[in-house]
Write a protein that binds this ligand. Structure first.
Ligand SMILES: Cc1ncc(COP(=O)(O)O)c(C=O)c1O
Length: 324
């Protein structure tokens, strides 16, 4: 049974609890209104990938919807590492969630005095290996993305209903992901991943203001910079993706995954390859090296040294954190 780190109105001091214990109330505005933000972070080879980037993005997201982070960045890092250590994760996935917290039935955030903060460290279900070897099929969702004036895609909110509806479309079409378009017909991203296309040796990806600026997307930008592959960011119609030489998606869960087919109502694009295309393959290989590079990983083993050990007499299963 895994443990979750939590601080909330009902766990005011912050502590580790068993994953099936209550961590907040039914009145949490995260549940009632999707009023919260989150991060998904990857654990590779005993280290947390680009941890500072994820914590920074979490803080920016929280600031974007005016939730005050309950901890400093240093403490968030400490609790993330300790959650990984206690769950004995050497490879896996971390979810950090900050919601407005427990309030009343109205949506007024002023009624929520204590943000709910929790961390889960668990395994992750990847796309099947076949997708990495031979590419994944995707559809173009009919459900549109709200415009950026309505919801800023750079705030990673616990408000994913739009993505969920697109994922349902993908499920109904028998595929695992869907490309989402803006109301102006520009490609944005997939339901949980950024998207790129390759044309004549150059890389193209939707502009940063209409997508979540993914940490994997950023890593890909750095990789192609080192490979001297030009990269362009802009507003692209789906036609550009149909006309591309290669298409791939990027994300914390997805890593780098080539696309094999794209379907919309009228057409199908089939990328005819034995293996992922040459540019995608180079990026996949380099990304794989980076996930083993200590420069990008914060070792979970460090958690032990920086952790304030509880009083030895305290029962180990339910420990109040010191000094919170
Ligand atoms: C909508 C959306 N776009 C893009 C991404 C990729 O971002 P990252 O590479 O930071 O995981 C994610 C995943 O978190 C996502 O949910």
């Amino acid at each position: 049974m895994g443990v979750v780190f939590v601080k909330s109105a009902i766990v005011p001091k912050g502590k580790f609890v068993s994953e099936n214990e209550p961590i907040t109330t039914a009145y949490d505005h995260g549940t009632l209104y999707g009023d919260g933000v989150f991060e998904g972070i990857r654990i590779y080879n005993g280290g947390v990938f680009r941890l500072n980037d994820h914590i920074d993005r979490l803080c920016r997201s929280a600031a974007g919807i005016k939730i005050k982070m309950p901890f400093s960045n240093e403490d968030v890092e400490k609790y993330i590492l300790e959650t990984c250590r206690r769950n004995e994760k050497k490879d896996g996935y971390i979810r950090v969630v900050v919601t407005r917290g427990d309030g009343d039935l109205g949506l007024d955030p002023e009624k929520c005095k204590t943000p709910t903060f929790f961390i889960i460290a668990d395994g992750i279900t990847l796309y099947p290996q076949e997708f990495y070897d031979h590419g994944m099929p995707v559809i173009v969702a009919k459900t549109r993305r709200p415009s950026t004036e309505v919801l800023d895609p750079n705030i990673k909110m616990t408000q994913y209903i739009n993505n969920v509806l697109c994922k349902i479309e993908a499920n109904n079409a028998g595929v695992m992901d869907a490309i989402m378009l803006t109301p102006h017909d520009h490609v944005t991203e997939c339901t949980g991943a950024n998207i790129f296309f390759v044309k004549n040796g150059e890389l193209y990806t939707p502009a940063p203001n209409i997508v979540l600026q993914g940490i994997t997307r950023k890593t890909v930008m750095e990789i192609v910079d080192s490979l001297e592959i030009p990269v362009n960011q802009g507003y692209y119609s789906i036609d550009k993706f149909y006309d591309a030489d290669e298409v791939f998606v990027t994300g914390t869960g997805a890593k780098i995954c080539p696309v094999r087919t794209i379907n919309d109502i009228e057409r199908e694009k089939y990328f005819d390859f034995e293996k992922p295309g040459p540019v995608t393959r180079k990026i996949m290989e380099k990304f794989d090296t980076i996930t083993k590079d200590p420069e990008y990983l914060t070792p979970i083993a460090d958690a032990k040294e920086s952790w304030e050990e509880p009083n030895k007499k305290t029962p180990i299963s339910r420990i109040d954190l010191l000094g919170i």
